[in-house]
Ligand binder design. Structure first.
Ligand SMILES: Cc1cc2nc3c(=O)[nH]c(=O)nc-3n(C[C@H](O)[C@H](O)[C@H](O)COP(=O)(O)OP(=O)(O)OC[C@H]3O[C@@H](n4cnc5c(N)ncnc54)[C@H](O)[C@@H]3O)c2cc1C
Length: 517
């Protein structure tokens, strides 16, 4: 890998802000640029690639579809943040409309709005990659230097006692009563301000997102960053990448300019929904592009407690239960997360009129658990003429682990003393006693528009592997069938991770960048 002795703090850093060319800076109708490498997207994969390649001396240009929002402009208002910082204003969903697929769309991508949870890839996932996809180069040992580098660079450390908020303490007690293993998260945060506003961007810049780490470091090595710039196509000649084309569109949706970049290397880092769409629009790659989409479909299981919890206070994510993580033990993880008023309305069926008022009056008494499952790669991303489509239905194979995760979350709430646990379905269902868990949860069936699912972790839509019939990319991240196009984002993951993926994406992007020739 690249020289780990490189010290980030030896580069010249701007005193504040990041030099970004925005739509408002552009006066011509057509922009013609060139670079050694053009990177599409500035999130986890794009930012790490930009830094690693710029420090090698390459002329790097990063094109980001979303706006540049400096930290001081974050509002700490979730509904407004969905509008400004998220793909499709927070409304990106599957074609059935029962799975919200949340993704950041701004300079720094999803890392700006994420919850900071930082896991390495579990060992059993590497074993699966080895066994099913021939990826013998990826082992816990071979990837350890990449993980260590990212963890050091992003100040990843375990939550300290004051970073375990009341919701996490109460639910830890529930897990302990059940005899389940519960642990503090590791997070990429320096001296957390405990505001609980992670999903709206970190105003205090303590979250070590790409906006305040790898992107400024890349810029200090000469990388140029353009926001408001949406890439539509990768351009090729004689089987080789020669650049990209797209549009500069301002925040009101006004088309400001067309852009064309000449570059012999293109790094795809637009995230697991957009990367395959751009490749499909360009007619590049094999029939695996867009397939094998996984997303950790999640429930947010809320419950009412007799005592006030104030779920919006303190560090957003405190502890997790790993008891059931291995597929042999159920294949799910429970994460205790804070929630604000807007999320309270999104996760349950709050009713209307008096029931709604009562539900909301109980807001200070609520706490929540997020479930994650190790889903199979059954989804598909498609460019359908003039729009993207996310085809993802919870598979019958994954339904049992989804239900097992829900039953476990309900059990943990009740053990922690909850009075009523709300089930995440389109019908208003709840559980008030242990004896009713199976009866109530078993009313849920696997049919469209019945469950309220959220994905924070789209993955796998250009997966890597050794078999060209089952993978879009080779084990070095090179797109099959064309020279000079690399994939360096969550699209590359061959199977879902079960744990939160940002650290894996950073490490893989670094791995791929080291192999860019
Ligand atoms: C609300 C939320 C909470 C999360 N919490 C956690 C967590 O606690 N821990 C964790 O590990 N993971 C978390 N994640 C997931 C994590 O942030 C992602 O897995 C990771 O950022 C994925 O990296 P990526 O490079 O694939 O995509 P992203 O980081 O999403 O970056 C893709 C970028 O490409 C841009 N783009 C898209 N299309 C184009 C185009 N056509 N042209 C130019 N640019 C384009 C997008 O605007 C975006 O900025 C969370 C995600 C969300 C949304």
């Amino acid at each position: 890998m690249s020289d780990t002795a490189d010290r980030i703090d030896t580069v010249e850093m701007p005193r504040e802000g990041l030099a970004v060319v925005q739509a408002s800076d552009i006066s011509s109708e057509r922009l013609e640029l060139s670079a050694d490498v053009v990177i599409i997207g500035s999130g986890a994969g794009g930012a790490v690639s930009a830094y690693e390649l710029a420090r090698r001396g390459l002329d790097v240009l990063v094109l980001e579809a979303g706006p540049y929002v400096p930290s001081k402009d974050f509002t700490e208002d979730f509904t407004e943040s969905l509008e400004t910082l998220y793909e499709d204003h927070g409304g990106q969903a599957n074609t059935d409309g029962d799975l919200l697929v949340l993704q950041g769309r701004c300079v720094g991508g999803s890392t700006v709005v994420n919850g900071c949870v930082s896991f390495r890839t579990p060992d059993f996932i590497f074993e699966e990659w080895h066994r099913d996809y021939g990826l013998t180069d990826f082992t816990p040992e071979s990837m350890a230097p990449y993980f260590e580098r990212v963890e050091r660079n992003l100040s990843i450390q375990e939550n300290r006692p004051h970073e375990i908020a009341r919701h996490s303490m109460v639910l830890s007690e529930g897990a302990r009563k059940l005899g389940w293993s519960v642990k503090p998260f590791k997070r990429n945060i320096r001296e957390c301000a405990l505001t609980g506003h992670c999903l709206s961007g970190c105003k205090t810049e303590r979250k070590q997102s790409m906006l305040v780490t790898y992107l400024p470091w890349a810029a200090a090595h000469g990388a140029r960053i353009h926001s408001d710039t949406r890439v539509d196509k990768v351009l090729t000649e004689n089987g080789r990448a020669v650049g990209v084309e797209g549009r500069v569109v301002d925040r009101t949706g006004r088309h400001v300019a067309d852009i064309r970049v000449t570059a012999p290397r293109v790094i795809m880092a637009a995230g697991a929904v957009q990367t395959p769409v751009i490749l499909q629009r360009s007619g590049l790659g094999n029939d695996q592009v867009g397939r094998n989409f996984a997303c950790h479909p999640s429930f947010y299981v809320g419950a009412r407690y007799p005592q006030p919890i104030h779920p919006w206070r303190g560090a957003m994510l405190g502890v997790y239960v790993d008891e059931f993580m291995h597929p042999d033990k159920g294949g799910f993880v429970l994460e205790v997360g804070g929630l604000g008023i807007a999320e309270l309305c999104m996760i349950n069926e709050p009713g209307t009129g008096k029931p709604f008022v009562e539900y909301m009056q109980n807001a200070p008494h609520m706490a929540g658990i997020v479930t994650l499952i190790h889903d199979h790669n059954v989804g598909e991303i498609r460019w359908q003429g003039d729009h993207k489509a996310i085809h993802y239905q919870l598979s019958d194979k994954d339904f049992p682990s989804m239900m097992a995760s829900l039953k476990a979350a309900v059990r943990m709430h009740l053990a922690a003393g909850a009075e009523e646990v709300f089930l995440p379905s389109s019908e208003a269902l709840s559980v008030t006693r242990e004896a009713d868990i199976d009866r109530q949860v078993d009313k849920l069936v696997n049919k469209p528009q019945h469950l309220r699912m959220v994905s924070y972790h789209p993955q796998g839509s250009c997966r890597m592997g050794t078999d060209p019939a089952h993978s879009a990319c080779d084990p070095q991240g090179r797109l099959r069938g064309v020279e000079g196009v690399y994939v360096a984002d969550a699209s590359l993951l061959p199977s879902s991770l079960i744990v939160n993926p940002q650290v894996t994406v950073y490490a893989l992007a670094n791995y791929v960048a080291d192999r860019v020739t």
